[in-house]
Write a protein that binds this ligand. Structure first.
Ligand code: ATP
Length: 458
């Protein structure tokens, strides 16, 4: 079913646009690089991904609470976190076509192990040694500038009315977790939580990504789902292993096939990290990161304590010890997960395109069709069924064309169940319910529909 060829990727991208999932931003002006908008079905899918995450991270957990911090923060936050000095990717420009690229990606594509954390000297040494192997992906020439570190933070003049505001910029957050660190103490002091506990947040992040490729995989504005778990130094690694398992199981529950998921362990750890793994998904362009799960030690709160001169230590009532909490994090992107779900669910069979999404993720859970649009009694009965269902389920209405086409149209956006109201419905108050994946139809009573759907969708 899953096919990881570039042709399939093109088909998925085209389906996303044609069927109202994802649009290029500002398209009438020629688009805006690396920014996308979610259409009517895209926003439902994104909301469903976020809902599933929130349920597993907050609703089902007594030890994790939610947060929604602002996008803008004091600029010192980004100095303390190390982003102003070090949140950068190595950039080189092709001297011939002037396209810009990430040198670590060019090296990796040529089979040379590299990453964005290397120093400018290290990466330039590797780049120079391998120049012959690296062609410009755009024009094919081999003539590049030297790599320079390019900072990914996006700047703004918010609250700064000076002419040269770039001297004192504020930043659009490059990751949501800094808002969590900023509120660690507020949460501790206002909600009855004790270490170990976590804070979860979903929100927009912004990065001046050098290359805009692979559709919504890498965008300059994106949404992150991050959970930061605060624990004692002793329990950090044990909690880390638990979190890895929880997050892996979540992807399986979301319906992603296990063979399209794998762990990637970071070899080149930042100096403070204890351990770092990514979960990668087998996209049509290869295995790539969808989530990072990292053991960060006490780096974050130590830095913020130093820069803010505030005491962020914790006295553990279990041991009477005072320490700076250690943090483990699970950090994922809504767009990347949506893309994984779309790639995993896309299927072509028997002349139809089907998005085999888990029902929890499907934009519409059920569609209602009157058999014939020109029969008022069928239309009235179908409306009655539609009105009955729409308060409990996202319900689609379709009375155009023939039933076969309506089924195929719903299959393509992943609607798991379709109901047809026909002349028998008027006699015995039953409808046909048709299953997206098996295409099996059965006759069920209108009065039992809600319970049947709840059973199928849970
Ligand atoms: P990459 O190496 O692909 O640039 P990263 O290691 O910088 O990603 P993190 O900083 O760990 O990513 O961010 C956590 C998660 O946020 C990623 O796993 C991904 O799902 C998401 N994410 C990061 N950058 C982007 C982006 N530019 N567009 C969409 N999602 C992103």
């Amino acid at each position: 079913m899953f096919n990881n060829s570039p042709q399939i990727f093109d088909k998925i991208i085209s389906l996303c646009k044609r069927r109202g999932f994802i649009f290029a931003s500002s398209e009438i002006y020629g688009g805006f690089a690396a920014i996308y908008d979610y259409g009517p079905y895209g926003v439902e899918l994104a909301n469903a991904v976020k809902r599933e995450w929130w349920k597993s991270m907050v609703q089902y957990r007594e030890d994790i609470v939610g947060l929604d911090s602002a996008i803008f923060m004091h600029p010192k936050v980004w100095e303390a976190s190390g982003h102003v000095a070090g949140f950068s990717d190595p950039l080189a420009e092709c001297k011939s076509c002037h396209e810009r690229f990430r040198v670590d990606h060019l090296l990796e594509e040529a089979g040379i192990s590299a990453d964005e954390k290397m120093s400018e000297e290290e990466i330039n040494k590797l780049f120079a040694e391998n120049r012959e192997k690296i062609k410009c992906p755009s024009c094919g020439k081999k003539d590049f500038t030297e790599a320079r570190k390019f900072n990914l933070l996006v700047q703004s003049n918010l609250g700064n009315f000076a002419e040269d505001w770039t001297k004192n910029p504020v930043y659009l957050r490059g990751e949501t977790c800094q808002g969590i660190y900023m509120n660690y103490k507020n949460v501790l002091d206002s909600v009855r939580v004790k270490i170990p506990f976590g804070i979860a947040q979903i929100g927009k992040a912004f990065r001046n990504e050098i290359t805009a490729r692979q559709f919504i995989f890498r965008t300059r504005e994106f949404e992150q789902m991050e959970m930061q778990y605060f624990c004692s130094p002793e329990e950090e690694m044990q909690e880390y292993e638990k979190l890895r398992q929880v997050r892996w199981q979540w992807y399986l529950k979301l319906g992603l096939s296990q063979e399209n998921l794998k762990w990637h362990q970071h070899e080149n750890l930042v100096f403070y990290a204890k351990e770092a793994y990514d979960i990668e998904y087998n996209f049509p362009f290869g295995f790539s990161e969808i989530e990072g799960i990292h053991a960060r030690g006490d780096y974050d709160l130590t830095q913020h304590s130093k820069f803010s001169k505030q005491d962020l230590s914790y006295t553990d009532a279990r041991t009477n010890e005072t320490y700076t909490p250690h943090i483990i994090e699970a950090s994922s992107g809504v767009g990347r997960i949506m893309l994984a779900v779309l790639c995993d669910g896309y299927s072509e069979e028997g002349g139809r395109n089907v998005l085999k999404l888990k029902p929890q993720l499907a934009p519409y859970k059920v569609a209602v069709f009157p058999l014939l649009a020109n029969k008022p009694e069928l239309m009235a009965k179908a409306r009655e069924v539609f009105e009955m269902l729409k308060s409990d389920f996202m319900t689609a209405w379709d009375d155009r064309g023939n039933i076969g086409k309506r089924y195929f149209s719903q299959d393509e956006i992943g609607t798991p169940y379709c109901l047809t109201i026909d002349f028998d419905t008027l006699q015995d108050n039953t409808v046909t319910i048709r299953d997206r994946d098996t295409m099996q139809q059965e006759r069920v009573k209108v009065g039992e529909l809600k319970d049947i759907l709840i059973g199928k969708l849970s």
